[in-house]
Design a protein around this ligand. Structure first.
Ligand SMILES: Nc1ncnc2c1ncn2[C@@H]1O[C@H](COP(=O)(O)OP(=O)(O)OP(=O)(O)O)[C@@H](O)[C@H]1O
Ligand SMILES: [Mg+2]
Length: 328
């Protein structure tokens, strides 16, 4: 693997009224050329802050980072020439048309008008922008705007593309379409670094990912390896009677030999068991004997959410509500 992005002990704090916020607390990663690399984590985990340091938009407090062999702190201009960046908010000119935005963006990087026009045309077709290419961006819907943002991030064919929450605001069809575009970039050799809180997006797209929480990396690997670490099957039980009943069910089942881990969140009890199919009848009988009524029960293979849950005790899916705790 030829490294194209490296960070060592990257840190960033902000001052706020309630004291310092340590947004990024010692992040070290290596991304290989041509990889799709993901940062998965809940709101406030430090994903955008890391991305802004790597794209030279935010000074680094301590630690170091290189992109395409260049030190981000020492050679910001050279780094900027090699990357594309699509921020969480986007950066299109509202008063210009989609086509004008795209062509201008390409020209800013020094490509000829003919080259840029041809690329813009291709991108507008690929990202379903052609129908309103000549309308002012002000009139675009959220999803249309997001697709334009992404086209603007790649029109100059950067070596490394940073995408902050690329599919936020897209409907399922456009999200799937975007995934195809991102994979096409990888085929062309572009390295893609993206942040997301969509588990499925990280799972489908990323060659490797890190899971971030409170400014730190809590897990790292391929989606497959991460899920394998959780090992076994996940049994998700929703009880009648709310949190207290779910906790009681957790206390009853956590001592079962087949149960490796039990966590309770609201009225949901999650169990990790070696083999779901054999464990399930035993678990159900025990709950029945204690007169615990079940609303639903679900057996599944582990997801990246299970990985996150295991590392942090919270679920990424529901944004980690208060009242989360482990049964153990
Ligand atoms: N300019 C700033 N001043 C003060 N605090 C900041 C600033 N930028 C970020 N933070 C804080 O740093 C932490 C990390 O924020 P960051 O935007 O990196 O999170 P994120 O993982 O991108 O979250 P999200 O999924 O919501 O986009 C948060 O607590 C945030 O409030
Ligand atoms: Mg963010």
């Amino acid at each position: 693997m030829e490294p194209i992005i490296t960070t060592t002990g990257l840190r960033k704090s902000f001052r706020s009224k309630r004291g310092p916020v340590e947004a990024v607390r010692g992040v070290s990663i290596v991304v290989g050329r041509g990889e799709i690399f993901g940062f998965l984590g809940p709101n406030g985990a430090g994903k955008t802050t890391t991305l802004r340091m790597l794209t030279t938009l935010l000074p680094i407090d301590s630690g170091s980072a290189t992109v395409a062999g260049l030190d981000v702190g020492r050679a910001p201009k050279e780094v900027r020439a090699r990357i594309g960046y699509v921020s969480q908010l986007g950066g299109a000119d509202e008063l210009a048309t989609g086509r004008e935005n795209l062509v201008l963006q390409g020209r800013l990087y020094g490509d000829s008008l003919a080259t840029v026009t041809a690329r813009a045309e291709r991108l507008m077709a690929a990202l379903d922008l052609a129908d309103f290419a000549d309308r002012k961006v002000r009139t675009y819907s959220g999803g249309q705007r997001r697709r334009l943002d992404i086209a603007m991030g790649i029109v100059h064919e950067p070596e490394v593309l940073f995408l902050d929450e690329p599919s936020t605001g897209l409907d399922p069809q456009n999200r799937a379409n975007l995934w195809v575009q991102i994979e096409a970039l990888r085929t062309r050799g572009t390295t893609v670094f993206l942040t997301t809180h969509y588990l499925e997006e990280a799972d489908v797209l990323c060659d490797r990912l890190v899971i971030m929480d409170h400014g730190e990396i809590v897990a790292e690997g391929t989606p497959r390896d991460l899920k394998r670490e959780v090992a076994g099957d996940a049994v998700v039980i929703v009880v009648h009677g709310g949190h207290e009943v779910a906790r009681r069910a957790g206390r009853i089942l956590e001592h079962e030999p087949s149960v490796r881990e039990a966590t309770v969140e609201d009225d949901v009890l999650r169990l990790y068991v070696e083999d779901g199919a054999t464990a399930l009848p035993v678990l159900l009988r025990l709950l029945d004997a204690e007169r615990i009524e079940l609303r639903t029960i679900n057996l599944s293979e582990p997801t990246l959410d299970d990985v996150f849950l295991r590392q942090t005790g919270r679920s990424l899916r529901d944004g980690g509500p208060a009242g989360t705790e482990t049964a153990a």
